[in-house]
Design a binder for this molecule. Structure first.
Ligand code: ATP
Length: 370
């Protein structure tokens, strides 16, 4: 979903050269990052890459070994979790099973010692926002997974934090509910103007929710950008491979001009012509990354003898909205191609063992040097 552009002028969280060691192990490695007011910033990475540790440092449950964290301009060193303008929603939701929805949401406010009438007002407002007004008297076990998730969210938001940290917020929901809840979360965020930092290993979740994504690998942030930046302009083999599907070919630069480059790849017969320049040393070893949906597949040969390949269809997976084809080139290399199923009738569709011609636009390949 296209997010509203973020006002980059208003930095809300600033992470400066933050490192976290556990003994000899470096869990977070010299991370610097800004999160702007009103953003949904997703930290995305595989298991163990350090994203939860970074989130816990923002919350104040861990302290950095080096570097500093500023929230709203204030250095958080030595400030305990309860004194930060931050709330955290945990993966497990951690609802109190013996308490009603209403009581669960009120709990944090009671701890703060607010008056009964103020608590009642804020709880009822918040339950309306997350559309749980009619479930106020139920207990968590009488709710669906999605409803429990909304109770947890209400409980985290009722304290009006400026910054909400969410650890895999939709992990417990099935696919359909996740999609639905993702959009609810975006609406809610827009309505309340809270800044969200979300940790997830699920790239689809990050792509849907995020204004910007920070991709993490081995304790480091390897790329920060909008979902479109990250998908269309990955800055490394790691990011290209981690986000979405990609066909990656190792190659060598044979022509390097400001407005275009030519690359020879062992696994492709034709050369790859790319209609933009890159910065790489002459004859550098590079990788060409082409997304499956950017490859055209046809029974007839393309006119150009560049940016094309010939092969035989070896696998077809029908996914409803699109079909995935695996095409074996003469070099033996398998190439993944996705074709949207625009037509309902399948008479013209390419089938198993057909010989096909693949081609792509010169602007489609991403050339990667690291
Ligand atoms: P996941 O998606 O699996 O939760 P993650 O990216 O959130 O992964 P972290 O929980 O941040 O990963 O952990 C990063 C690394 O730091 C892991 O290798 C983990 O084992 C290690 N680690 C985390 N907490 C501690 C701790 N208290 N003591 C020692 N090592 C820890």
């Amino acid at each position: 979903m296209a997010q509203k552009p973020v006002d980059r002028g208003q930095e809300y969280v600033r992470i400066e050269g933050v490192t976290k060691r556990f003994g000899d192990f470096v869990a977070v490695d010299n991370v610097s990052l800004s999160v702007f007011k009103g953003e949904i910033f997703c930290l995305l990475g595989g298991s163990g890459c350090g994203k939860t540790t970074l989130l816990r440092m923002l919350a104040g449950f861990e302290s950095p070994t080096a570097g500093r964290i500023l929230i709203d301009g204030q250095d958080m060193a030595g400030i305990p979790p309860y004194d930060r303008p931050v709330n955290m929603m945990f993966q497990s939701y951690a609802l109190f099973p013996h308490m009603t929805v209403e009581k669960n949401v009120a709990f944090g406010l009671e701890q703060e010692g607010l008056s009964k009438s103020e608590i009642a007002k804020r709880v009822s407002e918040m339950l309306d926002i997350v559309k749980l007004g009619e479930f106020a008297r139920r207990k968590p076990h009488q709710l669906s997974g999605g409803q429990r998730q909304r109770v947890a969210l209400a409980r985290a938001l009722v304290k009006r934090p400026k910054l909400l940290l969410l650890d895999e917020p939709l992990g417990a929901l099935d696919k359909k509910l996740r999609e639905h809840t993702q959009f609810e979360l975006i609406n809610l965020q827009e309505q309340l103007g809270v800044t969200f930092v979300v940790v997830t290993h699920d790239q689809e979740e990050a792509m849907t929710l995020a204004t910007r994504i920070g991709v993490m690998n081995k304790g480091q942030i390897v790329q920060v950008g909008t979902p479109t930046d990250i998908y269309e302009f990955p800055n490394s083999r790691f990011v290209a491979d981690f986000i979405g599907s990609v066909n990656m070919f190792d190659g060598q630069l044979i022509e390097d001009e400001p407005g275009h480059v030519r690359i020879r790849c062992n696994e492709l017969e034709s050369t790859v012509y790319v209609s933009h320049g890159i910065s790489a040393p002459p004859e550098a070893k590079v990788a060409v990354a082409i997304r499956p949906e950017k490859i055209e597949m046809s029974r007839t040969a393309p006119i150009s003898n560049e940016n094309c390949a010939q092969g035989v269809v070896k696998e077809i997976a029908y996914m409803g909205d699109l079909s995935v084809y695996l095409v074996r080139l003469e070099s033996g290399r398998m190439v993944r191609v996705t074709i949207p199923n625009v037509e309902r009738h399948a008479d013209e569709r390419i089938v198993w063992d057909e010989t096909v011609h693949l081609s792509w636009h010169p602007s489609s390949p991403v050339v990667l040097t690291i």
